[in-house]
Design a protein around this ligand. Structure first.
Ligand code: CP
Length: 311
């Protein structure tokens, strides 16, 4: 099945076969990457521009690697040294890049909806690399691929997403993807960090972390998104760790073969204990990063199939 849109703006709205196709394709790229082979003819002659208005280590680097491994010309636009600093708007910046015949535009922006707005103004395929508190679709894909590789399926798994749910685009994309694929999703956090629309998301809500972790197959930890908070929604970091930080005692409540995930960047000692983050068998955080490259290769491949042959 082909991707239903020219763009990838969100997980919400994708059907199970669309998600399964992307994960299957990503799995083949994961194997290709491990073999050391490349497929540099697939995006030959295509231009990919990374346009990041917010900081990033993993997402920007992995889109760059993914594009290069498929043969695209990749440009990382540094917003901090661009004409945005002279007052140029997002839409004018996008129109300028569009005039340079860019094929794939990867954008991260603090404003929810910015990639969707851009997609209406440019010819390029637009990929949302994280917009405000809305969505981070490629993160959810790489998380799902990592889970599937360890558990063999998504359906029926109990996934506990813990921490700052209210401000997390990672949580939102994961909730849409995992519920669509039949997982049982729990969101776990203090009442101040549970989103107001939790009831419509099809999840179970827990404010007691020990109850939320009971018998979980997957424990996904999130950092406090202080840059998106207005006012003091949490007590001190030390108190947050006591009630909502993942340590060995709390993890013991999940299934003995449960896996621990974190999208990064991590704040050790705040939402996760270092011993758990670095646990040799339970933590799959490094593998998440590896799957990020494979998933982004799959997304670029899938969207490139819908691009016009000659621009
Ligand atoms: N998970 C994630 O989006 O990480 P970066 O902010 O480093 O891209």
């Amino acid at each position: 099945m082909s991707h239903p849109s020219k763009h990838l703006l969100a997980i919400e709205g994708l059907e199970p076969p669309h998600i399964a196709d992307l994960l299957d394709l990503a799995e083949s790229y994961a194997l290709l990457n491990r073999s050391g082979k490349t497929q540099r003819d697939l995006l030959k002659g295509r231009t990919l521009i990374n346009l990041f208005f917010e900081d990033s280590t993993r997402t920007r680097t992995s889109f760059e690697l993914a594009g290069k491994r498929l043969g695209a010309d990749v440009i990382n636009m540094s917003v901090s040294t661009s004409s945005v600093n002279k007052g140029e708007t997002l839409l004018d910046t996008a129109s300028t890049l569009n005039a340079m015949q860019c094929d794939l535009l990867v954008i991260r922006h603090a404003q929810s909806g910015a990639p969707a707005l851009l997609s209406q103004k440019v010819d390029a395929a637009v990929i949302n690399a994280g917009d405000g508190t809305h969505e981070h679709p490629t993160q959810a894909l790489l998380d799902a691929l990592t889970i599937r590789r360890h558990k063999g399926r998504l359906e029926g798994l109990i996934v506990a997403i813990c921490g700052d749910i209210a401000h997390s685009r990672v949580a939102r994309s994961n909730i849409h993807l995992l519920t669509t694929m039949g997982s049982r999703v729990r969101i776990v956090g203090p009442p101040t960090l549970i989103p107001a629309d939790a009831a419509r998301l099809g999840v179970e809500v827990f404010t007691d972390m020990k109850a939320g972790l009971k018998d979980a197959d997957v424990v996904m930890m999130l950092r406090l998104q202080r840059e998106r908070m207005s006012g003091g929604l949490v007590p001190s970091a030390r108190e947050f760790f006591r009630f909502y930080g993942l340590d060995a005692e709390k993890l013991a409540l999940a299934k003995p073969d449960s896996i621990v995930m974190h999208p990064g960047p991590m704040n050790r000692g705040v939402e996760i204990d270092s011993a758990i983050a670095d646990h040799p068998t339970r933590s799959v955080i490094g593998e998440q990063v590896e799957m990020g490259v494979a998933c982004r290769m799959a997304v670029l491949d899938m969207l490139a199939r819908r691009l016009p042959r000659n621009r």
